[in-house]
Write a protein that binds this ligand. Structure first.
Ligand code: ARG
Length: 377
């Protein structure tokens, strides 16, 4: 039976820019050191302070990250956004299924990776890393609350994958990072680590522009995953996209970022490849594609496994307001020049927990409805 509640909650979000009213923001608590698995190779940590460590990340890193996360929560609340936080589970415990065992999980900072909100639906992605198999449990208390509070909310989950050895190409990664070139040439030939054994996708591989969803095909999302999304959202147009020259093609939000109707930000180092016939989709519909400013940093934060292009991973509060990491001065300047009010916040201490501001959040409610921004297909 549904518990009656006085919460006035609306689940609805169709794009990345409409005025944000309600959001999930991750927490650093319980976050663990990543452990290599068939889907991803983590290089040994160079920093002697952390070499060889496993299990929970040190408490001082958790505290520093939480301080920055809590600050962003305050900034959003002061602007009238409701902010909810997930409930960590025992991420340091092993993941054991009939098909595999993995020593630990990752955490529940990057909410975007796992939850895809399309209209009144919040969809739990299959995920494609073994370490992330149980991550959805951290978000279940919130999703249950939304389900109870909003009679239109649809809580869905994609088919649970098996993630057996058959889901990955054996020995795709070797141990040397000098192998970037080899991985780039494989990835450019669309030879990715995941196979087509089963449906696989991460939610953060999708970006939403009303009726059009752009989904990155890469390490974390396979063609079956894109096909499943197409069949699951029959009223939408799901565009498969690839990026060249990317040694870690996971999650679209450092490669292609919609800013507002008619304006797209693209990564200058990763040329976008659209499906045949769709190469001119943006032009045909009067969208301008602007190349992102260069990142302010040459090296990533210790323990962060993503690239310096987290510079592009900001969060739009509405089509004129954006929260950006404060040291990303070039990105901030560019967004100001494009007419945005930029709210700078410190966020670099969160990176080791799985990314920046867009990764850290998942939409619950943005105003607005489902519009067609690309009528000329
Ligand atoms: N592949 C991206 C990069 O390193 C990182 C994307 C992170 N996004 C996320 N939602 N976790 O450039």
């Amino acid at each position: 039976m549904t518990t009656p509640t006085t919460d006035r909650i609306v689940v609805s979000s169709w794009n990345e820019w409409d005025p944000l009213r309600h959001v999930i923001l991750g927490v650093a608590d319980g976050g663990c050191f990543p452990v290599s698995e068939p889907a991803i190779h983590y290089d040994p940590v160079e920093d002697p302070a952390y070499a060889g460590m496993t299990g929970r990340l040190p408490q001082e890193l958790v505290d520093r990250a939480n301080e920055e996360l809590d600050h962003v929560a305050d900034v959003m609340r002061r602007r009238g956004v409701r902010v909810d936080r997930p409930t960590p589970i025992a991420f340091e415990r092993p993941v054991v299924t009939p098909d595999f065992e993995h020593p630990s999980m990752l955490g529940c900072m990057p909410a975007r990776d796992i939850l895809l909100t399309v209209g009144s639906e919040m969809l739990e992605a299959t995920m494609s890393y073994r370490s992330r198999w149980f991550e959805y449990l951290a978000y279940r208390p919130l999703l249950q609350r939304y389900f109870e509070a909003d009679p239109r909310m649809r809580h869905t989950a994609a088919p649970r994958p098996r993630l057996s050895a058959r889901s990955y190409k054996p020995d795709y990664f070797t141990t040397s990072i000098a192998d970037f070139d080899r991985i780039i040439s494989k990835a450019d030939a669309l030879d990715f680590v995941t196979t087509e054994e089963e449906i696989l996708f991460d939610a953060a591989d999708a970006t939403r522009c009303g009726r059009d969803l752009f989904v990155q095909h890469g390490f974390t999302t396979n063609l079956k995953g894109i096909d499943w999304l197409r069949r699951h959202f029959p009223e939408h147009r799901v565009h498969r996209v690839n990026f060249r020259n990317d040694p870690d093609p996971v999650h679209i939000d450092c490669s292609l970022v919609p800013l507002r109707p008619g304006l797209m930000l693209a990564n200058p180092n990763r040329p976008l490849v659209m499906e045949p016939g769709m190469e001119k989709l943006f032009e045909r519909n009067g969208w301008e594609v602007v190349m992102a400013a260069k990142p302010a940093h040459e090296r990533q934060m210790p323990l962060c496994y993503y690239s310096v292009w987290l510079s592009m991973n900001f969060l739009l509060l509405d089509p004129k307001t954006v929260i950006v990491e404060e040291t990303e001065v070039y990105q901030n300047e560019q967004l100001s020049r494009l007419g945005f009010e930029v709210i700078p916040v410190p966020f670099r201490n969160v990176y080791a927990f799985g990314g920046s501001l867009h990764c850290a959040t998942a939409d619950v409610h943005r105003e607005g409805s489902c519009e067609d921004y690309f009528p000329r297909q």
